[in-house]
Write a protein that binds this ligand. Structure first.
Ligand SMILES: [Zn+2]
Ligand SMILES: [Zn+2]
Length: 249
């Protein structure tokens, strides 16, 4: 009885330690001795490479040289210069983002930040020097539910490794329903007036005239990014806003 109890307690203890300091692969859960991705899972990731849309970053099969806009972006007006993502949101990346957002896997932040960093290697950004990182905000209530804002965690990790300044310049003023089930038009309506600049003098002075990299985990239709960029440009008078995300849906 005592032995069973000791074993149970030991198992519970190991479970908690694993939760806090997982030493298994975030993708396949195999033991790798430290938190991260095993070589097999790393090899299944799909980095976004040219050719891709010069506006939304949507990759395109085929032989296209030079810059082009995809059919979604032709004639579309957005408040950001362009958007760039590091990876396609498939397989392991999609699962990791899901766990990071909905299962409080905070230990993933450095791995995800490291993966997202490669979006900054786009020649139009040149590694990020001279750019200010601004994470897409979460509403207070959703942040409480989730425990943290995934975009801020990714932006902080990039800020540390690339020594780039970061400013949590935006806040979300309305608690909106999940965007996932909505059409593009509904998403735009749902987001109207949902973001604002934080009412602080220092935020205003940092944003004015700045070149901003708006950081998020995922780019899908671009409605969220566009709404944030609009506030940064119009209210904040930022010089330009480029969207950089870990993944593209
Ligand atoms: Zn793995
Ligand atoms: Zn496009």
């Amino acid at each position: 009885m005592k032995d069973t109890l000791t074993t149970s307690l030991r198992n519970i203890g190991a479970g908690i330690i694993n939760l806090l300091y997982p030493s298994s692969c975030f993708g396949c859960k195999s033991e790798i001795g430290k938190p991260g991705l095993c070589p097999q899972c790393t090899s299944t990731l799909k980095p976004i490479r040219a050719p891709f849309c010069s506006c939304c970053g949507q990759p395109c099969d085929g032989e296209i040289s030079g810059s082009f806009n995809c059919s979604n972006c032709s004639g579309r007006r957005v408040s950001f210069e362009f958007s760039i993502a590091a990876y396609l949101a498939s397989g392991c990346i999609r699962d990791m983002i899901h766990d990071f957002k909905y299962h409080r896997r905070i230990a993933m932040r450095n791995t995800l930040g490291k993966l997202a960093e490669s979006a900054l290697d786009d020649p139009r950004i040149g590694g990020g020097k001279g750019w200010l990182l601004v994470p897409v905000p979460l509403h207070r209530r959703r942040k409480r539910e989730r425990g943290y804002n995934q975009a801020t965690e990714i932006a902080s990790a990039i800020s540390r490794t690339r020594t780039l300044p970061m400013c949590r310049a935006l806040h979300r003023t309305r608690y909106t329903s999940s965007q996932a089930q909505l059409t593009r038009k509904e998403r735009l309506g749902n987001l109207h007036g949902a973001f604002a600049l934080r009412p602080s003098l220092s935020v205003h002075s940092v944003i004015k005239g700045a070149r901003i990299l708006l950081i998020d985990d995922m780019f899908t239709t671009g409605a969220t990014a566009d709404a944030c960029a609009k506030v940064l440009r119009e209210e904040g008078k930022a010089e330009k806003v480029v969207v950089a995300t870990l993944a593209r849906g």
